[in-house]
Design a protein around this ligand. Structure first.
Ligand code: LLP
Length: 403
């Protein structure tokens, strides 16, 4: 009998290699998003049967075709700015307002006004808006974000709870909030907490729900919705263990059984899009200096800032020589004038030459959305690869402008 191969499935880009090479030829540097992988992640999340509504956090990836997949699947959208609200509305003018969740942070009054105008669920994370702009909130329904006191995540910059974080209201202010709300006829219909991003501990979301349920039961009798945030992590390296969704569901189910009156909401970004995206960049020059070897590519931190900002790990392969044995250890660097412009340190690659296409994996979340024009280098464009498409993928209109 054939020996059972390692159970680790190869990432999608192994199967679509020739299409990717053709794309790179015409369009690199570019992000490529695989529709099949987006759908697979969506399927996986749907197995969380205790979750009543999912709002996709479009800050992670706001490409129109990506949003269309989630729109068709019936997801809502979590927006953090007026710009994100307008983006969604322009793409889906007929979207039911209850599929919009507006969760801004230190936003000006106008943006809350816009959120209400659109009929979105609006989330407060400070008492300031109620004290400073009471007329805006009179007789409204809102959600309120609380700080559970302890954050989590892949880096300290993305832990969004606890004394060091600017997010959420302290539970000690619940009573004051209740008084302000009563005075304004404001109904608090939901509570929210988001502890951070890139979390692999399956009990996280049930713990958040419990924290919010206790607050609701003590202070806010009108609460129906508990939004337990996003933050669902993905493995950085191929084959590393990911988030155990069955365990997540088991914890949530236990919570739901004990607290049946609440609807549970989730607002994932990364989990849905990270693996679906890769960044393709051609090697411009190679170099050896002081015992180190460098492979320079045509784009760097201006397209993908995560390694520079968080020390994030992204797997890098030489797509042109995917099956060749690794023979060298290189730093993969971009063309930007900063020492931090490194996409990967000490990577094992095959003999790599000018013109080779390097693939930077797990780049579908917080890649293109965080890019910049630093050094006046246009960041990588974005290409959506539909299920079953051929290599003849043309630029999308918004990309065509920059071609
Ligand atoms: N909800 C709220 C209120 C959030 O602040 C965030 C992310 C999410 C949901 C979605 O989190 P996710 O499921 O994607 O982890 N730029 C960083 C991540 C920043 C996350 C910001 N907030 C990175 O590249 O890792």
């Amino acid at each position: 009998a054939p020996r059972a191969e390692a159970a680790v499935a190869r990432p999608w880009w192994h199967h679509r290699r020739s299409e990717l090479l053709a794309l790179a030829e015409a369009q690199a540097p570019c992000y490529v998003y695989d529709e099949g992988t987006l759908r697979g992640q969506l399927e996986a999340l749907r197995r969380l049967s205790s979750v009543d509504r999912i709002f996709y956090a479009l800050k992670a990836n706001d490409h129109p075709d990506v949003l269309r997949v989630f729109h068709e699947a019936g997801l809502g959208f979590e927006c953090v700015s007026a710009g994100e609200l307008e983006h969604v509305r322009t793409l889906f003018p007929e979207l039911a307002p209850e599929r919009l969740l507006f969760t801004p942070n230190f936003a000006p009054a106008d943006e809350y006004r816009r959120g209400f105008e659109l009929g979105a669920f609006v989330t407060l994370d400070n008492l300031h808006p109620l004290e400073a702009w009471p007329e805006l909130f009179r007789n409204r329904n809102v959600l309120v974000r609380f700080d559970p006191g302890r954050g989590d995540g892949h880096h300290r910059y993305v832990r969004t709870a606890g004394a060091q974080s600017k997010f959420g209201i302290a539970p000690a202010q619940a009573k004051r909030l209740r008084e302000l709300a009563d005075r304004l006829g404001l109904r608090i219909v939901g509570l929210h907490a988001h502890v951070g991003s890139g979390i692999l501990l399956p009990e996280t979301w049930a713990e958040t729900a419990l924290f919010l349920a206790e607050l609701a039961e003590t202070y806010f009798p009108d609460v129906r919705y508990l939004d337990v945030g996003g933050g669902l992590g993905v493995p950085e390296r191929t084959g590393a263990p990911g988030l155990d969704l069955e365990a997540v569901e088991a914890h949530l189910h236990r919570f739901k059984t004990a607290h049946p009156r609440f609807e549970l909401w989730l607002e994932p970004g990364r989990f849905l899009v990270a693996e679906a995206g890769v960044l393709l960049a051609r090697v411009t020059q190679v170099k050896e200096k002081g015992g180190a070897r460098y492979a320079g590519v045509e784009t760097g931190m201006n397209s993908l800032i995560r390694p520079a900002l968080y020390g994030a790990y992204h797997e890098i392969v030489n797509l042109t020589r995917l099956d060749a044995p690794a023979t060298q250890t290189v730093d993969v660097v971009g063309p930007i004038c900063e020492t931090g412009d490194v996409l990967g340190h000490g990577r094992r690659l095959p003999d790599t030459r000018e013109g080779d296409v390097l693939l930077i994996a797990q780049a579908g979340a917080y890649g293109a959305v965080m890019s910049s024009h630093y050094n006046r280098r246009p960041p990588a464009r974005e290409v959506f690869l539909p299920v079953g498409a051929s290599a003849a993928v043309s630029p999308t209109p918004e990309n065509a402008a920059s071609v």
